[in-house]
Design a protein around this ligand. Structure first.
Ligand code: ADP
Length: 446
């Protein structure tokens, strides 16, 4: 500033000197005054020109390049440029932080919708647009109430009680694929709202399955228990002879056995669900497995056909010298379940074939084919559900628990295998487990 004042005075001095010099004949005071006026005017004009350039530079917004302005105005331009640059850096920093923050919300497994004071959508993440079928671009600033017309949600939004969440049907829900959403509104800022959503379909299904399971187990246990209690009362109250007592005790033992089988199957299922799948290092020879399975099947067949004139024609083919990687007890349980089912559902006189067959691609198939009643197509996909039975009375009569095929499916999955069911009413059934090639090898390869 001092330098500028000094230059101004120097300029004035030069003007006065020149004025005096250029007016030699006239009044020297008049020359000096004229020189001073001319110097001041020139100074102002130069300044105006600089201000003009500065204004032009500011108007163009070319603040990234330095302004071509000298002097004090050049310094003003420089300061403005530095200020703008600092602001730009700060803004870029804020923008990066905002983008990172939005990316984090995008990555959230929950839906997030930001609403303004009038319940208009300001922003939503992809999960929310998936949950509520929003178009993240088109639906911005749309009223939420116009897009989500579920009456339950409408009254929740209109109401004042956001302390709890509500569960509503998702807009993408269909009869075959229901979608249940838990939504929760939170207030924030000045009249703004945050809408959070979670897909609780699987959770609700699991909860419904758990409820059904408990109800089924209670029902399965209650039936034999009721029978047992009845027999106990009879034994306590009625004077029975030895033969009658023996008969009642036999029936009681049968009911107790039924409960025991059910509890054993439940324990097997819970072990299968709660333990890590068997590794691929324990190799089990297939032939002894099939022999143990055959022995059990023949004993059951003898028991079930003892009162009929005819027996089952049961053929178990040789498994040659193969072995399977997995758990012996689990594999035996799965194979026996399939053979026992064939024996239980095939009427006396029918035929049953048990085979081990290695496929050209190295996979191996264990199959049980029977000439029994067969199963209608609508039941096939549900057979592995717990307690699902096609023929309830036949299942009960033959000591079924409704858990056999659920156990087979679990064992197959734990061994990377697949359970295939082929059946037609009146044409028998074929249940097969196909093991992956990595779990099958010849004994000689050891
Ligand atoms: P269960 O103990 O009742 O046999 P499973 O889970 O083993 O239970 O089988 C489920 C249902 O599948 C059975 O109740 C039966 O109706 C049907 N099923 C299973 N195996 C056969 C078969 N070989 N032939 C006909 N129906 C079968």
């Amino acid at each position: 500033m001092t330098w500028r004042l000094f230059r101004f005075f120097l300029f004035q001095l030069a003007g006065a000197f020149l004025g005096r010099l250029l007016l030699p004949g006239g009044d020297s005071r008049q020359g000096i005054i004229l020189g001073l006026v001319a110097a001041s005017t020139l100074w102002v004009l130069i300044d105006l020109q600089r201000v003009g350039r500065l204004l032009l530079w500011l108007k163009r917004g070319e603040t990234s390049t330095p302004a071509k302005v000298d002097g004090l105005w050049g310094e003003v331009a420089d300061r403005v440029r530095r200020l703008v640059k600092a602001r730009e850096v700060k803004a870029a920093d804020s923008e990066t932080r905002l983008q990172e923050f939005l990316a984090a919300i995008q990555a959230s497994p929950n839906g997030v919708v930001l609403l303004d004071g009038q319940n208009r959508i300001e922003w939503c993440n992809e999960t929310a647009s998936e949950h509520f079928a929003f178009d993240p671009k088109r639906d911005v600033m749309q009223h939420l109430a116009n897009l989500l017309r579920d009456p339950l949600f409408a009254s929740y939004l209109a109401g004042d009680d956001y302390g709890r969440e509500i569960v509503m049907m998702g807009p993408r829900s269909t009869a075959s694929r229901p979608v249940r959403l838990a939504v929760h509104l939170h207030r924030y800022g000045e009249g703004r709202k945050l809408l959070l959503s979670r897909d609780v379909t699987a959770l609700e299904q699991a909860e419904a399955m758990r409820r059904d399971f408990v109800a089924n187990v209670s029902h399965e246990i209650r039936t034999p228990l009721t029978v047992l209690t009845g027999f106990v009362e009879t034994l306590q109250t009625l004077p029975l002879n030895e033969e009658e007592r023996g008969r009642y005790l036999g029936l009681m033992a049968q009911q107790a056995g039924r409960m025991q089988t059910l509890v054993n199957d439940l324990l097997t299922l819970s072990r299968l669900e709660g333990s890590p799948p068997p590794g691929g290092n324990e190799w089990v020879p297939v032939q002894p497995l099939m022999a143990a399975c055959e022995q059990e099947g023949r004993a059951l067949s003898a028991l079930l056909t003892s009162q009929h004139g005819k027996k089952h024609l049961l053929q178990v083919f040789d498994a040659a010298d193969y072995e399977l990687a997995g758990s012996r007890s689990e594999l035996l349980s799965a194979m026996s379940n399939l053979l026992n089912n064939a024996v239980r559902y095939t009427p006396a006189g029918g035929s049953i074939e048990v085979k081990w067959h290695v496929l050209p691609d190295g996979r191996a198939e264990f199959s049980v084919r029977d000439s029994g009643p067969g199963i209608a197509p609508e039941h096939i996909s549900r057979l592995t559900e717990r307690f699902y039975r096609v023929d309830r009375s036949r299942s009960r009569e033959t000591g079924g628990t409704g858990l056999g095929l659920a156990i087979v499916k679990h064992v197959a999955q734990r061994h990377g295998a697949e359970l295939h069911i082929e059946s037609r009413p009146g044409h028998g059934s074929c249940f097969s487990i196909i093991f992956p090639a990595a779990r099958v090898r010849r004994l000689a390869a050891r």
